[in-house]
Design a protein around this ligand. Structure first.
Ligand code: ATP
Length: 237
């Protein structure tokens, strides 16, 4: 398997306080990797560290090239698209403008138009709502728009922070089915941060469990699902 992302001895800091204490993990090209753990374990911090949004040390390599000296916008240009918790869509803008804004780093007009149609293909409800303000969408639709906007970057790696948060179970299922299709059909690799371990493990190939800034278990998602003791100890189900 080719490694898309390699993280070594990653430490991250809020001011002087360390929130990650030297974590190591890899993401195989084409895979879905889940990062699971309780509230405050360091999951969102890990995504922020990859995107260069907080102070960090250690090394993070994408396709063998270190991201450590790059600014966030250059990390985005390298193909890392971050869908933060809280989603970060432009509420006053229409759905379609949000998608256009997602393609800000691109110049290929025809490719952008084709990708907007690709996003509408995966999320037909967004096509119906294309002229509506993003702020008027339901929670599920906003999550779809946030993912759609990230896809407009044609990312190699999609970082998803708690995509299930606040959504009804049926909507969560629908969105996770679309993640699966995006992974299989568009070959987008995904790093998925979730508190909803059960649904994350259904989608993921590999998973890492994180506790207070340290990785406490790494393995294939199927093994974690089958390990009742591990699930009860770390994932609470
Ligand atoms: P959650 O699901 O609650 O977001 P998480 O696993 O994503 O959990 P993080 O948000 O990464 O956890 O938080 C890891 C640690 O860093 C926690 O101790 C948290 O209090 C701290 N932390 C997170 N954001 C900040 C911040 N902006 N300033 C200071 N400390 C922070």
């Amino acid at each position: 398997m080719t490694k898309l992302l390699e993280v070594n001895d990653l430490r991250a800091f809020y001011g002087k306080t360390a929130a990650l204490h030297g974590i190591d993990f890899n993401i195989d090209e084409g895979s879905v990797t889940a990062l699971l753990g309780a509230n405050g374990a360091g999951k969102s911090t890990t995504l922020r560290a990859i995107s260069g949004m907080i102070k960090r040390t250690g090394d993070i390599k994408l396709c063998d090239q270190s991201l450590m000296k790059l600014a966030t916008e250059d990390i985005v240009r390298k193909g890392v698209a971050h869908v933060p918790d809280g989603r970060g869509t432009f509420m006053q803008q229409t759905v379609e403008n949000n998608l256009q804004l997602g393609a800000m780093t691109r110049r290929d007009k025809a490719g952008i138009a084709a990708d907007i149609e690709m996003v509408y293909g995966y999320f037909p409800i967004l096509k119906k709502r294309r002229t509506q303000q993003a702020g008027l969408l339901s929670g599920g639709e906003q999550q779809m728009l946030a993912v759609g906007r990230a896809l407009m970057l044609r990312p190699k790696l999609l970082l998803l922070d708690e995509p299930s948060f606040g959504l009804a179970p049926l909507v969560v299922r629908e969105i996770f089915d679309i993640f699966r299709r995006l992974n299989k059909d568009e070959k987008v690799s995904i790093l998925l941060v979730e508190q909803n371990a059960s649904i994350a493990l259904e989608l993921a190939d590999h998973a890492y469990l994180i506790e207070t800034g340290r990785i406490v278990f790494a393995g294939c998602a199927q093994d974690i699902k089958n390990d009742e003791k591990l699930r009860r100890s770390y994932l609470g189900y």
